[in-house]
Design a protein around this ligand. Structure first.
Ligand SMILES: Nc1ncnc2c1ncn2[C@@H]1O[C@H](COP(=O)(O)OP(=O)(O)OP(=O)(O)O)[C@@H](O)[C@H]1O
Length: 254
C-alpha cells in the first residue's frame, strides 16, 4: 500500500455512533448503527415510517439511553450523559412538533434561549442579529403563537443559534423533520435558511426529513435506516438509486 502524500490530518467527526443499539420490551428498535457526521457536513437520515429515526435522535440527544454501543460528540463519550450535559457540549435539537411558547414574543424566545445557554447580557441588537440569520427579523415583536408553521420552525432554529450571542453555538444541530406541517409555499424559504446555516455558517447538521426534494437539495450525504439498521449511506444520487433502498420504500412515495 502506498504512503499518503499529504500530511494534512482529516478533522475528527463531530458525531460518531458505534454499534448503537436500543431495545425496549424485547423489541429491538435500533439494532447496531455505525455512523459518523463530519465537521461542516449536512447528513440526512431517511427511512420509511417506523424505521427508528426519531428513536436514534432520542439516543443521540439523551432522551433515551442506549442498551448497547457508544456515542461520541466532538471526541467525548456522551452516551451516559443527560441531555443538558450534551447540550452544553454543543448538541442542539429541534423536535418533530414545534416547541414554542405561544404567549412569548419571537425576540423573547431568542433571549431566553441565549440566557439558558449562559449569556448574562442580551441586547435587542443581539436578538435581531440571530433573527436576521433565519429571516425572521420582521416578526421580532410578534407573539410566537400567531406564527405560521414555517416561521415557528425558523424560530426554533433561531433558538438553537441563540448561544452564538456569547459563544460558538451548536457544534451539531439535530433537525427532526423541519418541514413537517410546513405549508408548501414556505418550504423553499425554510430550505434556504437551512442551506445558509450549512454553507455560509459552516454548521454541522444531522437532519431527519421525509420531504425528498429537500433532502436531495440540501444533503451532502444520505443515510438510510430500515428496521433500525442502516441500509445504505453515501452520495445522495447513489443512495437513492440503490435497489435495496428502493425496495425498502416500496409502497411509499420516494
Ligand atoms: N418507547 C417506545 N416503546 C416501544 N416502542 C417504541 C417506543 N418508541 C418507539 N417505538 C417503536 O419503534 C419503532 C420506530 O419508531 P420511530 O418513531 O423511531 O420511527 P421513525 O423512523 O422516526 O418513524 P416516523 O418516520 O414515522 O417518524 C416504531 O415501531 C415504534 O412504534
Amino acid at each position: 500500500m502506498s504512503e499518503p502524500t499529504s500530511t494534512a490530518v482529516a478533522a475528527p467527526p463531530v458525531l460518531t455512533l458505534t454499534s448503537l443499539a436500543w431495545s425496549i420490551g424485547g423489541a429491538t428498535i435500533v439494532g447496531g448503527v455505525d455512523l459518523t457526521v463530519a465537521e461542516g457536513e449536512l447528513l440526512a437520515l431517511i427511512g420509511p415510517n417506523g424505521a427508528g429515526k426519531t428513536s436514534l435522535f432520542n439516543l443521540v440527544s439523551g432522551v433515551t439511553r442506549p442498551t448497547g454501543g457508544t456515542i461520541t460528540l466532538a471526541g467525548v463519550y456522551v452516551h451516559r450523559l443527560p441531555p443538558h450535559r450534551r447540550a452544553r457540549l454543543g448538541l442542539g435539537r429541534t423536535f418533530q412538533s414545534s416547541s414554542v411558547f405561544p404567549t412569548m414574543t419571537v425576540a423573547e424566545h431568542v433571549e431566553l434561549a441565549a440566557r439558558a445557554a449562559g449569556a448574562r447580557r442580551v441586547t435587542g441588537t443581539d436578538t435581531a442579529g440571530v433573527l436576521e440569520r433565519v429571516r425572521l427579523s420582521h416578526r421580532a415583536a410578534e407573539l410566537a403563537g400567531g406564527l405560521s408553521h414555517g416561521d415557528k420552525r425558523k424560530l426554533e432554529l433561531a433558538m438553537l443559534l441563540a448561544p452564538t450571542i456569547h459563544g460558538d453555538g451548536p457544534r451539531l444541530m439535530l433537525l427532526d423533520e423541519p418541514m413537517a406541517g410546513v405549508a408548501a409555499e414556505e418550504v423553499g424559504e425554510l430550505t434556504e435558511v437551512i442551506r445558509w446555516l450549512h454553507r455560509e455558517e459552516g454548521r454541522t447538521l444531522l437532519m431527519v426529513e421525509h420531504h425528498m426534494d429537500v433532502v436531495i437539495d440540501l444533503a451532502d450525504r444520505i443515510a438510510v435506516l430500515h428496521h433500525g439498521v442502516l441500509l445504505a449511506q453515501g452520495d445522495p444520487a447513489a443512495v437513492m438509486a440503490d435497489p435495496e433502498v428502493q425496495r425498502a420504500y416500496l409502497g411509499e412515495e420516494l
